[in-house]
Design a protein around this ligand. Structure first.
Ligand code: FES
Length: 576
């Protein structure tokens, strides 16, 4: 029986001899718990996003068993609990609409229950930020165990990547260069094992982010879901969180300004998703650390992209792990003094203690500093009259010849308008045009769907055109690519200048000078503004109504305004 000197928060439930204590313990005993598990030991919540509707997280109950082994071994009491699970490929209208809802589910599950520390089981895109946001709002000790990526896709003798292959196949199908049968064959070849997308999509990006932030154990990001070492990591995490509770290592000790700066730099080095921008801003907002959109540009601008991974490069997450994983990337970045070495991580060591001797086993996959994939990676933050509050573009996924471009706008008022018009043979469009999509931001869609990388017109694909400048207030899947300007703020639905763009207007993009300009005079824009009508909100109550009313813009993380700001310090830490 552990001889705990401190009385943890859970003792307010299990540590009493009165009627309340009787009730709290008695009902728990129906699960077969003996007396001694209520002896004051740390109670560890295992927050599980398992769901068969979230295929990327469908193996999580198995992972939870290994976390429990570690918790028991270290003298804690593990209690697994479910929260709403967001399966990117299934849930409608878009998983992002529910990220903040899940974070509330996580927060209130922790606040309302006898939990001293929590292990967050994260995988598919939104499951990572939502769980971290919820735990940050409670400021309890927390440790992330990611579910791990799928094994490499294998198709007709070569590797194919989740999502990235879908975008390519769809373009080839529209261009008539691949048969429908070959397209259908790729389905099973792409998703061969348990795990999340094995490209540098949002799931892999966010797994890298939690490791870079110090919230995950070393190698959390890349170990494949079905590799036995994923289960060793889960077991180790279970043991470690018990000690974190004993040492009172709350999530605010890990999520410092330095940790966020490390994560932003790492995002540039791995060619991470633009979605990380929104999610990290939201997490920072929850813990009360000042991180801004401009930090992404200033900190990431000179970071070389070292990881040669799809969609920007050639390899996949399995290759990344065998090449040395994230510790090898962090070690390389330190050579340019880009890493805060002393940032604390969940294993009790600093980032540098974890990574200083990490080997790079394959310089094809993890490029050396002198031979990067992209010399200046990171996320470009654009401004101008079309995005006064900012917009983002991922240079490593864009076409060099379009980074400075001036073109005629072809405008779609919303996603339905786009779908109905894009493949019309009479659409007046050529490869120099700029495709503009409105009303797909947080309030407009609502939920800010991943539709910003709108597919090109079929008639241009048939001519071999593979990229065009695209501009929208939407997001883009991390598995996608192209010269795509995203997250335009303010969004069209709240009357940003994006709402005023018309067919034939000229738009200028200059990534080097971070400029996004609508070449229309202020007087003309003002005239258009006077005639502009906001889109009709057809919400009929419920969570979606609350979301539309209270969601913030993308440049501050698209969180609900009443959820921000270090609110976790009101939780009692100990029972007296
Ligand atoms: Fe789940 Fe890509 S669909 S991670």
């Amino acid at each position: 029986m552990p001889d705990e000197k401190r009385k943890y928060r859970s003792a307010a439930w299990f540590g009493k001899t009165d009627k309340d204590g009787f009730v709290h313990r008695s009902w728990m005993r129906n699960q077969g718990f003996p007396d001694h598990v209520f002896d004051g030991r740390p109670v560890i919540g295992i927050c599980n996003t398992w769901s068969e509707l979230t295929p990327c997280n469908a193996h999580f109950r198995h992972i939870a068993e290994y976390v429990k082994r570690g918790v028991w071994e270290a003298g804690g009491l593990p209690l697994e609990f479910p929260v709403m699970s967001l399966g990117e490929t299934n849930i409608r209208p878009t998983a992002m609409l529910f990220r903040n809802l899940v974070s509330m589910d996580v927060e209130e599950s922790i606040r309302g229950n006898p939990i001293d520390g929590v292990v967050l089981l994260c995988g598919c895109d939104k499951t990572t930020p939502s769980l971290v946001m919820g735990a940050a709002s409670c400021n309890v000790p927390a440790l992330v165990v990611s579910g791990g990526p799928m094994l490499n896709g294998k198709y007709h003798g070569h590797d194919i990547g989740s999502g990235t292959a879908v975008w390519r196949f769809e373009e080839e199908l529209k261009a008539g260069t691949v048969s429908t049968q070959a397209y259908m064959d790729a389905e099973a070849c792409m998703s061969r094992s348990a795990g999340h997308c094995m490209t540098m999509g949002t799931a892999s990006t966010m797994a890298c982010m939690v490791e870079a932030l110090g919230l995950g154990l070393p190698h959390n990001a890349a170990i494949p879901a079905v590799d036995s070492r994923r289960y060793v990591l889960a077991h180790t995490a279970g043991a470690r969180i018990v000690d974190m509770v004993r040492d009172d290592v709350r999530i605010s000790r890990i999520l410092t300004r330095e940790a966020f700066e490390n994560a932003i730099v790492v995002n540039g080095a791995v060619g991470g998703s633009t979605n990380a921008v929104i999610h990290l801003l939201a997490i920072a907002g929850r813990i009360g650390v000042n991180v801004t959109l401009d930090d992404w540009d200033s900190l990431g601008r000179n970071v070389p992209t070292l990881l040669d991974l799809m969609p920007s490069g050639r390899f996949l997450m399995e290759d990344f792990y065998y090449a040395g994983g994230l510790p090898a990337i962090i070690r390389a970045l330190d050579e340019r003094n880009l890493i805060h070495r002393d940032a604390l991580t969940v294993n009790g060591k600093t980032v540098w203690e974890n990574c200083h001797s990490a080997p790079n086993w394959n310089p094809e996959v993890i490029r050396p500093l002198e031979k990067p994939m992209v010399e200046h990676g990171g996320i470009a933050v654009l401004r101008g009259n079309l995005a006064p509050d900012g917009a983002v573009l991922k240079p490593s996924a864009a076409s060099p010849h379009l980074m400075q471009h001036r073109g005629r706008a072809v405008v779609f008022e919303n996603i339905e308008h786009y779908k109905g018009r894009i493949d019309n043979p009479d659409l007046d469009v050529d490869e120099n045009c700029v495709l503009v999509l409105k009303n797909c931001g947080p309030k407009g869609y609502p939920g800010m769907a991943e539709v910003g990388n709108m597919g090109l017109p079929a008639k241009l694909l048939k001519r071999g055109i593979t990229d065009m400048v695209r501009v929208s207030d939407a997001r883009m899947s991390g598995t996608a690519y192209g010269t795509v300007v995203l997250h335009v703020c303010p969004e069209a639905a709240v009357g940003g200048n994006l709402a005023l763009v018309q067919d034939g207007d000229v738009i200028e993009l200059d990534v080097e000078s971070r400029r996004l300009h609508l070449d229309v005079s202020p007087e003309k824009l003002e005239r258009r503004r006077r005639q502009w009508q906001p889109p009709v909100n057809s919400m009929k109550g419920g969570y979606q109504q609350l979301y539309v009313e209270r969601v913030m813009q993308a440049n501050t993380g698209a969180d609900l305004d009443f959820l921000t700001g270090g609110r976790g310090d009101d939780i009692p830490r100990e029972s007296h």
